[in-house]
Design a binder for this molecule. Sequence first.
Ligand code: KG4
Ligand code: ZN
Length: 338
Amino acid sequence: MSDTIVLAIESSCDETAVAIAKNDTEILANVVATQIDVHKDFGGVVPEVASRIHVENISMVIEQALKQADLKVSDVDAIAVTQGPGLIGSLHVGVQAAKTLAWAFAKPLIPVHHIAGHIYANAIVTSLQFPLMALVVSGGHTELVYMRDEWRFEILGTTQDDAIGEAGDKVGRVLKLPYPGGVYVDRLAKEGKNIYQLAKPKAQNELDFSFSGLKSSVLQFIDRCARKQEEYDPASLACSYQECALQELLGPTRIALKRYQPKMMVLAGGVAANSRLRELVENDLKKEFTNIAFHVPPLSCCTDNAAMIAVAGSVAYRHGVRGDFTLTADPGMELCGV
Ligand code: KG4
Ligand code: ZN
């Protein structure tokens, strides 16, 4: 059987990324041009600026990926692209670039859901076993996804308000940490203790999540200290917040694992890089659920990249997923499979 080579483009937020995968999971090229340095001056992603920088970078990033893989577009079997969810202007740049390549070189076009990409990032380093449970935690998503089989997705639970990454970035901002705050809150928390009482989040459904109450509780805590001119320990506040947020994450996860008994559970998304979350999965969950194989992705696979879209795109290609030239960016795209 001949090799299948998929070139993938990811531009859903503030990373312009292109990767090339061979036979699903062998990554021949993986290029990410990040815009963090530009957006950090604003304390968050400025959508208009993000799409403008994507336009400036996209051709160069495609060229670099082809060079890294030592391939030409004509050697590629299909072009995959993140169709959504994400920022509309950012997504448009990737989708238009992918359509252009697919049209000019007569290649099939494969639309990919960003979350499917995050989940399949794990396949780069381990073989996925189904049924599989994925805890997807990123700047825009907090979801429990159950996969009965390859390329079948069922969302069991989601956040009722903020995504966990978004809440962590906001807490980072009020603690005056650099953007994006999640990783800095993670580092600072190691120096503190879980000593502050914060509001316990309460989602309405047992498999759903909620983070906005907890986030507001941190903001109110800081305001109250400022008003009363009381000192507080930022490291302990970071630690207290993080412990609360992670317990909120693991509650519904435990219920879902008991109920669905998957063969494997994977973490996915930028917040999967959180050291305390990784520790809780590796130490606690592994001991509680001895029949389930737990997989924590390497740090390089957690935050946005196109290798994950190339892997998911390759699986989608095998399952017959195709886009035509009417394909447009879909910022609210639903996760669905076969
Ligand atoms: O998956 P990702 O790159 O983009 C989205 O799809 O949203 O995730 C980015 C999110 C940001 O909120 C960032 O602060 C968070 O992942 N993040 C972390 C850590 N590293 C990245 N959050 C907590 N701890 C970390 N170590
Ligand atoms: Zn992402």
